[in-house]
Design a protein around this ligand. Structure first.
Ligand code: HEM
Length: 388
């Protein structure tokens, strides 16, 4: 059967902005979602492991690093959720006929994402307010319980990511939709038979540990002036974790490439000029990140760590671009280019002005937070003042 006969039509309204702009916002929006989402995904597991391994000594670097990471998680979760809305809007607009259909086919697990995120988010606060701030960490049992709670929370987030990968791959396969609907018309489907699913999901999961390592290193940079030894521990440990996860990513990445439908991997390796250039750039960025963090591992060199951090962010951005290209190549039955465009300049200008204002506000807010957490200053009369 020709899959195009069952793919729904686009809405009759024209797009409110040029397609290249909508695609750019989708890619950048997903990048802004992917960064905090990776911290949450890998950071949750990492904080559980670090707290557990330091359970017998609350002064150990392992315990302190795990606690710092766990305390920061609610902030990253809120960023991941709010930044998830951006690609959600653009993916619906550009690929609605595919995305809505796959979401309906797996409606029950898909809607459960909201509840799993809510419960896991709540757990991250329980750990902070019932354990860290309530004296429950005085004994080893309390510490072990808090790390177990973090583990359950992380499994919840890992499940959310898995459901996303199911939907993101199912929307690319219209040929499966009818048989899936005949199999279960009540939204109780998953895309488990998809060869791409496991390697694609693992690619995200392994990357999240690399990003969690980088996050720990950032914490190390942040406290460098106040606690040099602890700072060194976090930069070195974070860099080592990044290196380990990224080396593991090499076979996972090849597996993912191999699992793609016929001809797709070749497009990244010479078949498509832009695809190959961006893929090549991502490999170069990854190499730079590996070399720089390997150097940071040996002596906690802050400059090298920053080079690795920047190269890693660029690797992620390039990979997200490749991921978008893959969707465009595979979605031959859903072509946004067939939809007319009637640019609404007034709305577009309002959007751009609001976005710029929001960025300025966030930069100001971040600076304020950094100052608020800075070391307390000594007042002339000896009284300790908290930095404003
Ligand atoms: C905090 C828990 C979350 C985790 C761990 C998570 C994880 C993921 C993962 C792994 C993907 C990539 C799937 C793939 O391409 O195979 C993804 C994509 C996506 N996520 Fe999240 N996510 C989370 C929360 C959210 C929320 C709450 C939203 C919406 C408000 C959201 C919106 C999106 C969108 C729209 C995409 C696809 C973007 C695109 O295809 O361009 N995510 N997420």
């Amino acid at each position: 059967m020709d899959p195009s006969s069952i793919v729904p039509l686009f809405q009759p309204l024209p797009f409110p902005a040029p397609i290249w702009l909508l695609e750019t916002l989708l890619i950048l929006g997903f990048f802004l979602h992917a960064l905090p989402m990776n911290v949450v995904l890998g950071g949750g597991f990492l904080s559980a492991a670090l707290i557990f391994s330091g359970r017998n000594n609350k002064e150990s670097f392992s315990y302190r690093a795990g606690k710092a990471l766990a305390t920061s998680l609610p902030l990253f979760i809120s960023f991941a959720v709010t930044q998830g809305i951006v690609p959600l809007l653009f993916v619906q607009l550009l690929y609605g006929p595919a995305f809505y259909t796959s979401s309906i086919l797996m409606a029950v697990p898909w809607i459960s994402v909201i509840f799993i995120v809510l419960i896991s988010y709540y757990m991250s606060y329980v750990v902070i307010y019932r354990y860290f701030k309530n004296g429950a960490m005085q004994n080893t049992a309390g510490i072990v319980k808090s790390s177990m709670l973090l583990l359950v929370m992380s499994v919840g987030f890992a499940l959310v990511g898995f459901l996303f990968s199911n939907n993101m791959t199912l929307m690319l396969s219209p040929e499966k939709w009818l048989s899936m609907y005949s199999h279960n018309a009540n939204g109780l489907n998953l895309n488990l038979g998809e060869p791409q699913l496991i390697p694609r999901y693992l690619h995200f999961l392994v990357a999240s540990f690399a990003v969690a390592g980088m996050t720990l290193g950032i914490f190390g940079l942040y406290i460098a002036k106040r606690d040099a030894d602890f700072s060194k521990y976090m930069i070195v440990f974070g860099s080592k974790l990044y290196l380990g996860a990224t080396l593991l990513q090499v076979p996972v990445g090849f597996w993912y490439l191999k699992s793609l439908p016929a001809g797709m991997a070749q497009r990244f390796m010479g078949g498509d000029t832009i695809g190959t250039a961006v893929f090549g750039a991502s490999m170069v960025f990854m190499l730079v990140a590996i070399i720089a963090t390997a150097m940071a591992c040996t002596n906690a060199n802050k400059k090298m760590f920053l080079v690795g951090l920047t190269a890693n962010a660029l690797t992620i951005l390039a990979m997200i671009f490749n991921r978008h290209q893959l969707r465009v190549w595979l979605l031959t039955h859903v072509q946004p280019s067939t939809v007319p465009v009637a640019t609404q300049w007034d709305l577009l200008i309002t959007f751009v002005v609001s976005a710029v204002a929001l960025i300025v506000y966030l930069v100001w807010l971040s600076k304020l937070c950094v100052k608020a957490f800075a070391a307390p200053v000594q007042a002339p009369d000896g009284e300790r003042l908290a930095a404003q």
